[in-house]
Design a protein around this ligand. Structure first.
Ligand code: NAP
Length: 460
């Protein structure tokens, strides 16, 4: 199989790209390793000039980047434009702040003086998913390039045009050859890269299955890795919530990117006083969404990224139903060309049902009714994932107390799991480890080196 760009709105094949040969991968790796030796000596100001230039190119040509995304993975065009702008912001943020984040930190030993400095590691290999074809790349490129590392990136099989556009961006921004390399490669070639001594770290964003495989490989090689994996975020509505406010976020949190977001709201946990009203309003809002061309700004429901994503999700829903889940709405593919799925709500998902522990990556909401706050917290924590989550209440102090008791990497009060350039993003449990974005994101692949000065006599 080669990399294939297919429009999920109508199933048309747009372009195919061959895998690189092993020889080409080897040459690219040589180039990256060579580039690192110069880039590591390049000043923060000179690095920032390249990264800021890439940010400004993206901002100036939003549509040029957004359109291939809509064409090859079906993101609605306005969301695609938003993603391009956000990616530009992330690059600009690190161009501006990296030197401050990585400044030496003075220590206070009892004898002499000491500091910690942050030096780059080398070539970092990144494996990235299709659901945010540029944002995911910006999340690794901004921090790690500013830290002095160089990147080799294996993007997902269904978004080769976006992958290539992002590589071209760096050439246009004046990056030295080898600073950012896009690799159209197989899983097997990815594994060999992880083994290669020139690769010094591995960052993966994707499913728990991919994370297990690549993290194990990195572990065998004693290489640093960061894993940004799936989630099944709880959306908790307490009895004192502003219902209208919560409904708007529920719809956005579930349906943004057609539900194909790691930190999408996936488990709706509503206290019984509000449960019936919430469910009725939520269902009505989802029923109002209209499938259409994601290139049309008026479309409110886009396709899933690929035909196989749709087939797998419908099968997963059928599996949940066969084990006792009840369908409130949806559950099937929409009878029209393209990979469209009905917005779906499932209830009665008992812990014995495998669906209880699965991630549903698409427009499928799992709805749970609970007695009170305690039950909501217990249910939210009864998950193998631990990415984000949200709690809706008019009492902010109560919201913070609940947030503190949920076992995830991120919690949001009266809004949904989302990211900003300056806020660390990541999870625990099967949602992975390590953080991207913010100050923490740039610390993942640097050598925290101790330097001590103490002119004392050696012990006799
Ligand atoms: P995926 O199947 O795991 O793919 C992600 C990337 O990993 C792709 O580039 C894929 O390549 C590659 N890959 C998969 N198995 C591999 C292996 N054994 N060796 C080398 N590379 C491998 O995930 P997806 O379906 O594209 O993305 C959705 C998942 O990502 C969801 O679980 C979602 O929650 C998660 N996600 C997490 C975050 C976060 O920040 N925590 C953000 C976005 C998405 P191919 O396409 O060539 O198979």
């Amino acid at each position: 199989m080669s990399y294939q760009s297919v429009n999920p709105y109508n199933g048309k094949l747009l372009k195919t790209f061959e895998y690189l040969s092993d020889k080409q991968v080897e040459a690219a790796l040589d180039g990256a390793a060579l580039c690192f030796e110069k880039w590591r000596q390049t000043s923060f100001a000179a690095r920032a000039a390249v990264i800021a230039k890439a940010a400004s190119i993206m901002r100036a040509r939003v549509d040029d980047f957004a359109r291939p995304m809509t064409l090859e993975m079906g993101k609605r065009i306005n969301e695609a434009r938003g993603e391009v702008e956000f990616s530009s912001n992330i690059l600009a943020y690190y161009a501006k702040n990296a030197e401050r984040f990585l400044a030496p930190v003075k220590l206070h030993p009892t004898v002499g003086e000491a500091h910690m400095e942050s030096s780059p590691l080398g070539v970092i290999f990144c494996v990235e998913p299709w659901n945010f074809p540029y944002y995911q790349l910006a999340r690794v490129a901004g921090p790690h390039l500013m830290a002095g590392n160089v990147l080799m990136v294996k993007h997902a099989g269904c978004v080769p045009q976006c992958a290539i556009a992002f590589e071209k961006l760096w050439i246009e921004a004046g990056a030295p050859i080898g600073l950012y390399t896009n690799l159209l490669i197989t899983h097997e070639q990815s594994e060999h890269l992880v083994d290669d001594r020139r690769i010094k770290g591995v960052a993966l964003t994707g499913s728990a299955a991919a994370g297990r495989s690549i993290a194990a490989r990195a572990g065998q090689n004693l290489k640093l890795s960061s894993m940004e994996l799936g989630g099944s975020d709880a959306f908790i509505v307490l009895e004192d919530a502003d219902l209208e406010h919560a409904i708007k976020w529920a719809v956005w949190g579930k349906m943004y990117n057609t539900g194909q977001t790691c930190c999408a709201a996936k488990r709706f946990i509503v206290v019984e006083e509000l449960a019936d009203k919430f469910l009725a309003k939520f269902q009505a809002a989802l029923a109002a969404l209209k499938p259409g061309d994601p290139m049309d700004e008026k479309t409110t429901l886009g396709p899933l990224s690929t035909e196989s994503a749709l087939v797998d999700l419908v099968r997963q829903v059928e599996g949940a139903i066969s084990k006792g889940a009840k369908v409130v709405m949806g559950g099937k593919r929409i009878d029209r060309p393209g990979s469209f799925m009905e917005p779906t709500i499932l209830t009665n998902i008992k812990p014995e049902n495998p669906a209880f522990r699965e991630e549903f990556f698409g427009p499928v909401a799992l709805f749970f009714r609970v007695k009170n706050e305690e039950e909501a917290i217990a249910l939210a924590n009864d998950s193998d994932f631990g990415l984000g989550g949200s709690v809706f209440t008019r009492d902010i102090a109560r919201g913070k107390r609940v947030a503190s008791r949920i076992d995830t990497g991120m919690m949001f009060i009266n809004n949904i799991s989302w990211s900003d350039a300056e806020l660390p993003f990541g999870g625990i449990k099967n949602s992975g480890y390590g953080r991207e974005l913010g100050d923490m994101g740039i610390q993942e692949f640097v050598n925290k080196k101790l330097v001590r000065v103490a002119s004392m006599e050696a012990p006799a």
